[in-house]
Design a protein around this ligand. Sequence first.
Ligand code: B3K
Ligand code: ZN
Length: 875
Amino acid sequence: MRDGQAAQSAIRLADYRPPAFLVDQVTLDVDLRETGTRVSASLTLRRNPAPEAEQGDCVLDGVALTPERIAVNGEQLADDRWHYDGRHLTLRALPDQCTLDTVVTIAPETNTALEGLYVSKGMFCTQCEAEGFRRITFFPDRPDVLSRFVTTVRADKAAFPVLLSNGNPVARGDEGSDRHWVRWEDPFPKPCYLFALVAGDLACLDDVYRTGSGRDISLQIYAEPRDLNKLDHAMASLKAAMAWDEKTYGLEYDLDIYMIVAVSHFNMGAMENKGLNIFNTACVLAHPATTTDAGFQRVEAVVAHEYFHNWSGNRVTCRDWFQLSLKEGFTVFRDQTFSGDMNSATVKRVEDVDMLRAVQFAEDRGPMAHPVRPAEYQKIDNFYTVTIYEKGAELVRMQHELLGPEAFRRGTDLYFSRFDGQAVTTDDFVDCMEQAGGQDLSQFRRWYSQAGTPQLTVQDSYDGTTYTLTLKQSTPATPGQPEKLPLLVPVAMALLGADGQPLPLSADGQTETVLQLTEAQQQVSFEVPERPVPSLLRGFSAPVELNYDYSTEQLRFLLAHDTDGYCRWDAAQRLYHGAVQRLLDEPRQAEAEAAALVPALEQVLARAADDPAATALLLTIPGEVALADRLPVLDVDGVHEARAALVSALGRQLAAQWWVQVEANETSGPYRPAADDIGRRSLRHRALGYLAAAGDKQMADFLGDLCRNADNMTDELGALRLLCHYRLAGSEAALAAFAERWRDEALVMDQWFAVQASVPGAATLSRVEALLAHDDFDWRVPNRVRGLLGTFAGANPTALHAADGKGYELYTQCLARLDTVNPQVAARMANACARLPRLPVPRQTLLAQALEQLLAGTVSDNLREVLERILASRD
Ligand code: B3K
Ligand code: ZN
């Protein structure tokens, strides 16, 4: 086992106790060197007076540090007063108040795990959440220790002209002729996971934001000089997010300076370090020539997300990592609402729900299922999941809906004022909502502790005057949680009459209501003059799986008439699922299934100009992974064939209309990442996709031209993807030309790797192997690894699950290699195997063998936790 330690045992929420020692003040001095970087730290320690706090020695975290000096109140500590085992520094008989001085050396230059201090393309940067600060210096590395930081950064002047840390710069100076230093002071006490440091040769885009109260904030976005022209969108997004948070939550920025730095080696999207966000280049750089529409929208969302953390996360932080969703679920809810307000709220809602249902529901069904507030974990890095983030956001959304916007805002005001400067829990958040809304949310709290996707089964009857709905809820067992209790499930609904209009549900004429389901089974009745079509779970009012036996006619009716954008989209999804399901039994019926869909889709297309973005979503057939997830046993090949046949038949039968959309949605003028243009491009590419699937003879030329001549990356990459996916004439030449054009743009090349890894079929395995050996493939760059291996393992079922097990061999070999470089990314990528128990034999046996073999070798704690959970899920 690496790390030279026994397997990590579980950490439990039930064992939480406040820390034995608090740190009021931290003075850091970081002397950056090519080798032998030295960190001097001075901590003002104070024994925690809280009676329930841990007792005994002062134990600080510290991983891979080489101690050079340990002194208390200025005196070197005798050898028998301290012990360092490579993970913890134990200090014996420490006075209740003292100053601890430590000096350690660290090796950022060899840090490929990208936790703590590391080097990315010649610049120093940090990633401390969740437990990276312990790789920089000795410290109680837990979020409930809040300290004031003063940080001095020293480095070579020519190689690292820019030296940054949290807060405000307060002093700077030279050190001899070739080195310099800058001192930063952060006035806000913070947990050490929000510490950041950057040193590099960086260009900066400067701007100023004037807050509602009239303060001028200096905004600075740093990147490599060559990327200076790709920062405008991030800056505009940041200013929009600052204004939105003032308007929507009454929250203003607090420091005088807000900095963002783009780095190319980064384990996830971005990090909200106080006053000094560090971003994956993929989430900050944007330029029409190199960035797709989705990329532009991602930059806007992530810039906003990290900015919103300044209050939801930084000013009010988490007591322990079990409370991670306190900051992440709430902040995702905030960024989702922001993006909806900036673009189309309906389109954003559908995209978010689509992702939640495809990815989070799958997580809930598999071995990694866990509650929004987990009760235990081994490696917290493995719990930055869609459950914590996206399901957590749904829990906040439900509270917003249950309370209504005004009471919710009173609740957030109370939360931020009551807990400012504190480290708190999800229960503290719900307490504020309960108080502000005057509602008892005790049953609602079960959503935080109970894992799994609730099943909501609805039946109805009509006796000529009374329409009765019977609603049942149950949550399936998940690992470690065999029994589940009923939840408070808000079910927004309407009843549509034969003319497509919603019927009044009560004497006051109201046409939509929110049922609050609290029992395992409940009935509700409405007096209505005709048998209605129910429009259920409007806006996706709760993260549940709705089982109602809609007839095909009812679904077509909802698709044509429902005014709720989510329900319309869901009706289309149900129609597609139904068609694919039937094709699995009757593979030759694709033309007939398509023909049955055509009238409904023609209606959708007739209204396309009203909302191209929503139309594109309505016309999107679920992907292979989502389709297969509906089946008890994963039929990878069957789903691929059925889906491909249906798309191709729809392509042929609606060919004329697809061409109309291709013409009608060509955007004119220079590229704009604005919602209306983005919508038109997405509908146009949807239409092109159908035509390519149909084998339209003009497609190879049309797409080849588009790929060559496009003035924006959305068109260029969209065309390349279709050329490759359908292996059209000219696809290899297009790939070669694309690589030639974009060889120096890393983010574009990530897409070039991804496109090739996504081509369905076992033949892609040899392509992936070849790309692993490509000069531009680099195991140390997570974006590149995600582009190639993440796409192959996560989005290409017919390659990963190739019948002879070759996909599993390649994949587990890659995981083993990646784990030696970057355990966090390896563990995340291993989640692609979580569907193991639903694979048919012999695939299940082949994958299990490959995983067991991997586990038998040397693996990190991160990867081991995931592999063990997956293997244990097999019956
Ligand atoms: N808080 C960070 C995530 C840190 C992940 C550490 N493994 C980004 C975010 O959610 O804003
Ligand atoms: Zn976040």
